[in-house]
Ligand binder design. Sequence first.
Ligand SMILES: [Cu+2]
Length: 435
Amino acid sequence: MKTAILSRRTLLASAAAALALPRATLAAPAVLRAGPVTAQILPEGDGATRMLGLNGTTPGPELRVPQGGRLEIGFENGIGAESALHWHGIRIENAMDGVPGLTREPVPDGGRFDYVFTAPDAGTFWYHSHARSWEQVEQGLYGALIVDEPEPPHVDHDVTVLIDDWRLDRDGTLIGGFGDMHDFAHGGRLGNFARTFLSVATVRRGDRLRLRLINAATARIFPIGLSGATGRIVALDGMPLAAPREIGEIILAPAQRMDLIVDVEDTLRFDLLTRGEPYELGRIAVSGDTPDPIGGDIPALASADAATPGTPAQDLTLRMEGGAMGGRHSGDDIWAFNGVSGLQDAPFARFARGETARIRLINDTAFPHGMHLHGHHFHEVAADGTPGDLRDTTLVAAGETRDILCVFDNPGKWLLHCHMLGHQASGMKTWVEVG
Ligand SMILES: [Cu+2]
């Protein structure tokens, strides 16, 4: 990873405290108004950044809805270009998935579209632009979407930890060239400054926290060091783990999420791990001790209502090709799947509704790719061939092969693409159709 280009500046605790994530519980119907914003991405005292945002901020407002609840979001587009919102990880009705050219026309500048859907799964999700996403997500069009369990786990604080990086000039100006072909052919647009947006600034020693990590970056994979707390991982990509898992490596590909439940021992610090010194992304200050710590074992979250995979009716292979230092392929762009770049008229595969299929993802390139399937979660197949973690985005390292097993039970046309958004823009996307 090219982390050396990151500047060494780190956030001070006082600055982190002032940079709380805008938190709004939106009662339906609500409006998300997209337009230009000025954001304090760099620490207070440094220059502000002109970006895009929703309802005046980037990240946009955190949306919260009870499990099974209905969202009615009036999306008003004022960014000066076509846009669309995608509700990442939600098993949504196809028409609300927000993919221009596949599910619906984009929302024109000055236009409005009402996204109406229910949220069937409890967990940590997010929303982001899916129109020229490599540019619009980079400019700030995204926010957290939290679906609450009917009986959430007992914690003192529920903390959203949005993580992103930006390519900024010293004065805070967002550097242009979002569609740079050199970036696209390599690891994507990596920023030179990174940080968290935290929804809680101060906690007490002994508090139990639920941490909802979301990687909103367009390209950067974040290996995260967490200090000042001990606990367990309880969910990946919004899907509860059957049993809480020890915190080993925390690695988040773009669009991936991780929920942890931890007990606070000291100032909580999130670091981007680099080959050199850790790069501080943010911290939660500690003030005093909790008089009555929750303590005890960390419980599993209520299990997801996920279909059990059957015997695969289809065995498919998706070979990732191209990019810098990659082999030749027959596609007409930088990247390709099975020799084809970008969306074609015919889908990569068709599935009968409810059919289980296995897809072998072969990374025949020199770069890692975070592969995202819309409208579904899939199992990462474990080394012993059994269905492993349920995810909506899986990170496949250069040269690696990963099998995924999916019950295709959500009818419609669904994108399957790399969530390094510059890779997606330059060939790494296809689609599947569920009947
Ligand atoms: Cu990629």
